[in-house]
Write a protein that binds this ligand. Structure first.
Ligand code: TYM
Length: 332
């Protein structure tokens, strides 16, 4: 079985619809066909300031959301990144294979550093994509399910794997991004030309999976649409309606052409009203499942400890090989 690895940051009170449709849905599906490793990336989270208590809580809530979305801890190793210290250890070795200029070209770093100012942006923010490469390469992952915004980081992971293999002999599997085109980028409901993100300029553009479903429904109903009135998928001319069709299709199972046919002659209001209902039907039972996982934190922590143990077995093996390849003396 081919291996899959992916991660998500515990940096918000809730995952959002972009996380789910862009990545997490694929995490769940790939369990049927692949050996899967999924983690909450708390090491990545501290590249920007975090309140320790809040971080700990969000890490558990993240794990509970993954379970509630269908990550099955029997089939997947579900764990917290800091529980597997080999990630940080491999990251150091990979940092020493990465050019300063190469790291400087990462657009997510450039965007975040520009927002924070270079004096405030941490060195961890700079080396973030190299830690991400370590996450992936340490499991010899063949595929990495992510949204479009992670493509450049994936390209760096591939480059580092190939470079290391050339320099030291075949050591790493070169990973492929698993980016599903239709849902690779879910857009902000208020500004449908920028991606849905937790740092959205208006909270009304963002659907959080754990917010009050009534609030989500209202956000859908007040989503920005376009002039005109036909419900057709046309991302260039009708970004708002096209985004709603993408979301609708992903949640409801009907294809975009089927939805276009179903809404021929109807108005934007009908589309939004129905999509709001579909969304509420999805998030309501999801929220109940999240709560039930959070009601038994001891059990949740046990699941994560078990996942970390499984992950460590693989990670330790790769790290030992890497340490040997680079010429470290084996400990006595
Ligand atoms: P993060 O936590 O920002 O996002 C988690 C996943 O959600 C996807 N995503 C989206 N997909 C479609 N439309 C959107 N609007 C949208 N917003 C977010 C992201 O692409 C991502 O797949 N660096 C990663 C975390 C990470 C990781 C890894 C991923 C750390 N190590 C190793 C894969 C492999 C991140 O910040 O994701």
């Amino acid at each position: 079985r081919l291996r899959v690895l992916s991660g998500i940051q515990p940096t918000a009170d809730s995952f959002h619809l972009g996380n789910y449709l862009g990545a997490l849905r694929q995490w769940v599906l790939l369990q049927d066909t692949h050996e899967t490793y999924y983690m909450v990336v708390d090491l990545h989270a501290i590249t920007v300031e975090q309140d320790p208590k809040v971080l700990r809580q969000r890490t558990r809530v993240s794990a509970a959301q993954l379970l509630a979305l269908g990550v099955d801890p029997e089939r997947s190793a579900l764990f917290v990144q800091s529980h597997v210290p080999e990630h940080a250890q491999l990251s150091w070795v990979l940092e020493c294979q990465t050019g300063f200029g190469e790291a400087s070209r990462m657009t997510q770093f450039k965007d975040k550093a520009a927002k924070q100012g270079t004096d405030h942006a941490s060195v961890g923010l700079f080396t973030y994509p190299i830690l991400q490469a370590a996450d992936i390469l340490i499991y010899q992952a063949n595929a990495v399910p992510v949204g479009e915004d992670q493509r450049q980081h994936l390209e760096l992971s591939r480059n580092l794997a190939q470079r290391f293999n050339r320099r030291y002999g075949k050591t790493f599997t070169v990973p492929e991004p698993h980016i599903v085109k239709d849902t690779a980028k879910i857009f902000d409901l208020q500004d449908p030309t920028s991606k849905m993100s937790k740092s959205a300029s208006s909270p009304n553009g963002l659907i959080e999976l754990l917010e009050d479903p009534k609030r989500s429904a209202k956000k859908i109903r007040s989503a920005v649409t376009d002039t005109g009135r036909d419900i057709v998928f046309d991302p260039e001319e009708k970004a708002g309606v096209s985004n709603l069709l993408t979301i609708y299709s992903a949640l409801d199972g009907r294809t975009v052409p089927e939805l276009e046919a179903a809404y021929a002659g109807k108005g934007y209001g009908d589309l939004k009203k129905d999509l709001a209902e579909v969304l509420v039907e999805f998030v309501t039972p999801f929220q109940e499942r999240v709560q039930s996982y959070l009601d038994d934190v001891a059990e949740l922590d046990k699941v994560l400890a078990h996942g970390a143990e499984r992950a460590r077995a693989v990670a330790a093996e790769t790290l030992a090989l890497v340490y040997d390849r680079v010429g470290f003396l084996p400990p006595g």
